[in-house]
Design a protein around this ligand. Structure first.
Ligand code: ZN
Ligand code: ZN
Length: 244
């Protein structure tokens, strides 16, 4: 058996509530490094954790909200200018990823892009098909947040990680989490207040339907943090890691 390590670089919401960085998880599966989500604070957090962004083979995105996606432009620029990257990188996510990347790049840095110093391979996923991402099997399932939003079942080294990205409760979360070794779910609210996000109360009500062996919460908001002591699952903090 090899090693499968998840380092939570960012566990906060869009507003960095609780002084938490934006969503991002560094997944290391043997020699493969994949970044799951890339918010604007991700490069800062990599440096704080002494991780080398040039060791990434791929970045996987769930949807195009800035707190999950915008950091990919900063990462791409840093790989070009600071790391003089030559080898290719895979950017994977929902359909429209390449267009969103190029538009965001232009808004942020004008005509600097395209710079073809290293190849970017865009992989745009359709729901409910299996994809191979650098040796990891990725099965995207539509979530209920933005129209392009995908949750992912990620299989590697005989383990299954389920990740919701941002979502409101929807019955596809049952398929997403079924028999997974780990479910990483967003949890913005303590009690239901947002129609686009999950609350702890909803997760608790549906917990019998969530078949994952272990559940952890991320993308947590103020009320969740204030009620932390009454929450039955682990809340991930920036810098925490899980070994599977
Ligand atoms: Zn978000
Ligand atoms: Zn979002």
């Amino acid at each position: 058996m090899g090693s499968l390590r998840l380092l939570f670089l960012g566990t906060g919401d869009y507003a960095n509530t609780g002084a938490r960085a934006n969503q991002s998880i560094w997944i290391q599966s043997q020699d493969t490094n994949v970044l799951l989500e890339c918010g604007p604070t991700t490069l800062l957090r990599m440096q704080q954790e002494r991780l080398n962004p040039n060791e990434l083979q791929a970045v996987l995105i769930t949807h195009f909200h800035g707190d999950h996606f915008v950091g990919i432009v900063f990462l791409d620029l840093a790989l070009t200018l600071d790391w003089n990257r030559q080898k290719s990188i895979v950017y994977a996510g929902p359909r429209g990823l390449q267009n969103h990347f190029e538009q965001t790049y232009k808004v942020c840095y004008g005509d600097f892009y395209p710079n073809y110093q290293f190849p970017r391979n865009f992989e745009e996923y359709s729901p409910k098909q299996t994809y191979n991402l650098e040796g990891m099997q990725i099965f995207p399932i539509p979530m209920k947040h933005k129209k392009e939003s995908l949750g992912y079942r990620i299989q590697t080294q005989g383990k299954t990680i389920a990740f919701t990205g941002d979502t409101a409760w929807n019955d596809d979360m049952i398929n997403l989490s079924k028999d997974a070794d780990l479910l990483i779910t967003e949890c913005v609210d303590y009690q239901k207040t947002s129609k686009n996000h999950l609350s702890y109360q909803e997760l608790k009500e549906h917990s019998a339907l969530l078949g994952a062996k272990k559940i952890v919460l991320t993308h947590v908001g103020k009320d969740v943090l204030e009620n932390r002591s009454s929450i039955q699952w682990d809340i991930m903090d920036d810098g925490k890691e899980i070994l599977l």
